[in-house]
Design a binder for this molecule. Structure first.
Ligand code: ZN
Ligand code: ZN
Length: 298
């Protein structure tokens, strides 16, 4: 197959655009979409310190590469990476993320569940089983990344979320009947570093190919404790449906954004946790999880 723009050999077919693209035109297309997302959401400003939450997997590694290129000539923007070791044997090797950041010449801030919380995800699973491990791990990781970012003067936290992640989240909220979450507007909360998602409109398989073309040494593993049944179902349904209706994921992401923009429901009662100092709701989820894990002692 030939590229529809230049007749070189195509590396991908985009069903939703009907285009075959060569490597050069594919990369240009991905980067144009990411830049467009940054522009329309006003995600980058002079003086920003942007930190990529870097897992060492394809999405966050591709994002770090993209932002490194994008900001290479910008002396008014600082770029770094943050990596957190949750303590999951055979899955998370923090050295991998650090190596990727180093290969791009970007400094990597690191932290671990062991040092911060005194317990690893492996140990949490040993105590509590792995039924809740994903939500526990997610809450604790977000809280820790936010703290590191804030303490280092980070003004934007960049997440490697892609189109598929976001479309799945919107559909999951619909299927759970969670109107609050659909109508909740992102707003600035004291102590919470604003998040940006430059790959929001790029399909997962394109982020994967972009990563493969640009970054060496990416981790391919899946977390051994990851089995979110609803997300796995929604992912399968959406991928199957998208074969016949190629713009479905874009439609979901767009309606998610429209609902959030027009709904304007704001989270009430955001305060600073007296125990951990992080912004939280009525109860602090991270501290609640740590109490559950350690018993009442913590
Ligand atoms: Zn081409
Ligand atoms: Zn707390």
């Amino acid at each position: 197959m030939q590229c529809d723009r230049c007749r070189r050999r195509a590396v991908i077919f985009q069903r939703y655009s009907g285009l075959h693209l060569c490597e050069q035109h594919f990369v240009a297309d991905v980067e144009a979409k990411a830049k467009h997302a940054i522009r329309t959401h006003r995600w980058m400003r002079s003086g920003d310190h942007i930190a990529v939450a870097l897992s060492g997997g394809k999405d966050s590694s591709a994002l770090l590469y993209f932002l490194t290129m994008l900001t290479a000539q910008r002396r008014d923007i600082t770029l770094s990476a943050i990596t957190v070791d949750e303590g999951i044997t055979g899955y998370r090797d923090p050295k991998q993320a650090i190596r990727i950041a180093e290969s791009l010449g970007i400094g990597c801030l690191t932290a671990s569940f062991r040092d911060e919380y005194g317990i690893t995800v492996d140990e949490i699973v040993a105590k509590k089983g792995d039924a809740c491990s994903c939500s526990y791990c997610g809450v604790l990781r977000r809280s820790l990344i936010n703290r590191i970012a804030r303490e280092h003067g980070v003004t934007k936290l960049a997440l490697g979320f892609n189109l598929d992640d976001e479309a799945q989240s919107v559909l999951m909220n619909v299927l759970r009947g969670d109107a609050d979450r659909l109508l909740r507007r992102q707003r600035e909360i004291d102590g919470m570093v604003p998040r940006i998602r430059p790959f929001l409109y790029i399909p997962e398989r394109e982020v994967a190919l972009y990563a493969q073309l640009h970054v060496a040494g990416i981790g391919l593993g899946r977390c051994p404790y990851a089995h979110n049944a609803l997300r796995a179902d929604v992912r399968a349904v959406l991928n199957d449906y998208t074969l016949r209706h190629p713009s479905t994921k874009y439609a979901l992401v767009n309606i998610g954004k429209r609902l959030a923009d027009t709904g304007g429901a704001v989270q009430d009662g955001i305060r600073t946790c007296e125990t951990c100092g992080e912004p939280c709701g009525v109860t602090c989820r991270s501290c609640q999880i740590l109490r559950e894990v350690f018993g009442s002692a913590a």
